[in-house]
Design a protein around this ligand. Structure first.
Ligand code: FNR
Length: 387
């Protein structure tokens, strides 16, 4: 269908589901075990209802914000998602260009299918902001070299992923081994855009021999994570990272109030409340529920660091609920992969325009003209699920 018919994020996902190869869809959509957390990340938003305010002047609404000090036209950024080339020949470059055209910040993955140099060089203008998501290699000297490279390429923050010391058990993905990829490719329609590229590490890293203590889970995720450090810790990894870089540090994958408090105590610049889109531990609490609990139990954390959330965000109202509960901005993962798979760079721009329109309408109907007017009292958690 023409892109003009795309009205919602789900419309874009619907097109992607038709054009993606079986393998690509299995990797993108997969999640841990029974995929309960992945589903509930989305559905949990339907337990939060608004108390909108009326009779307020809402003609002018400011949708802009700052993320780690960088201007953003919307309180939304791209959460790192690996292997965009599985869905479209240009892969992550679509996201670099689409975000460049709209001013949205992209967090690029350690496991992107384009190199960090390519993604940096594809920026449309000099002040385009990109963040880097780090999977720490168990060889610390490789990890350090990668961070040096990331700094020299102008990435503005490090999002250290802390929820994936090993890959989650993603059966949908594990059932489609790499070897079957070529067969599926032959069957796939020409317009699917599948490149069939094998996962590879970005930058200068090379695949290493398997060693003791490496990750053993199969599937694409297992292959991608096999050189990563199983033993990243509060005591060692955070001070190490602080020592070697001056870039802002955000912990990606905080899933409990207790760890949010530890993060604030550790003095990091931010946390991204995330369960990896439900791809790691199944039955990890839906992220909006973690944010809600953090707001209730430890409101002080929001003064000490920026709090972000990702997982299941598909509507402008989802974003506004997170902002009411204290999030500074939200990340979106799969929606960007699907949008670029369906329509390339134009799909990325479309996704952002859809979210912009939904945010504008949502703000006006909430009676708010700037984000500082969004308060926890404006959302109520009910004990039923509405859909
Ligand atoms: C991811 N995610 C992820 N996270 C990360 O830190 N490094 C990575 O390389 C990847 N790769 C990745 C691939 C795919 C296919 C998906 C779907 C997700 C997790 C991602 O950053 C984010 O936390 C979730 O995608 C957010 O949930 P939604 O928006 O997909 O519901």
């Amino acid at each position: 269908p023409p892109i003009s018919r795309m009205l919602s994020i789900r419309d874009l996902e619907g097109v992607a589901r038709k054009v993606l190869s079986f393998k690509a869809l299995s990797y993108y959509a997969s999640a841990g075990d029974d995929e309960v957390t992945a589903t509930q990340n989305e559905r949990a938003y339907s337990r939060f209802f608004f108390a909108p305010r009326v009779l307020r002047k809402i003609s002018t609404v400011d949708l802009t914000t700052k993320i780690l000090g960088y201007d953003s036209p919307l309180p939304i950024f791209v959460s790192a998602a690996a292997l965009a080339k599985l869905g479209h020949p240009l892969g992550e470059i679509n996201i670099v260009r689409g975000t460049g055209r709209t001013g949205i910040i992209q967090m690029v993955s350690t496991n992107a299918s384009c190199s960090i140099t390519e993604m940096s060089e594809a920026k449309l203008h000099l002040n385009q902001v990109q963040f880097f998501q780090l999977y720490k290699n168990r060889d610390t000297s490789i990890a350090e070299a990668l961070i040096r490279k990331v700094e020299s390429l102008g990435y503005k923050a490090i999002f250290l992923t802390v929820d994936a010391p090993v890959a989650g058990n993603r059966e949908r993905d594990i059932r489609v081994p790499f070897a079957e990829e070529d067969e599926n490719r032959a069957e796939a329609e020409g317009e699917s855009g599948t490149t069939g590229e094998r996962p590879r590490r970005s930058g200068a890293e090379e695949e290493e021999e398997e060693e003791e203590g490496s990750n053993e889970v199969g599937g694409t995720a297992g292959a991608l994570l096999k050189n990563d450090d199983l033993n990243i810790t509060w005591e060692e990894t955070i001070p190490w990272l602080r020592r070697i870089t001056k870039l802002p540090i955000v912990l990606k994958g905080i899933q409990s109030v207790a760890d949010a408090v530890l993060a604030a105590d550790a003095g990091v610049d931010g946390i991204l409340i995330s369960n990896h889109g439900g791809r790691q531990l199944d039955y990890s609490m839906p992220t909006i529920e973690v944010l809600y609990r953090l707001r209730q139990q430890r409101p002080d954390c929001f003064d000490k660091m920026e709090v972000f959330v990702d997982g299941g965000i598909r509507r402008g109202t989802d974003v506004l609920k997170a902002l009411c509960l204290g999030a500074k901005a939200v990340g979106m993962g799969r929606p960007f992969l699907y949008a670029q798979s369906a329509y390339g760079e134009a799909g990325v721009v479309k996704l952002i325009r859809i979210m912009e329109r939904e945010l504008l309408t949502g703000m006006r109907l909430l009676g708010a003209t700037k984000y500082s007017e969004l308060k926890p009292e404006m959302v109520e958690r009910v004990d039923f699920e509405a859909r």
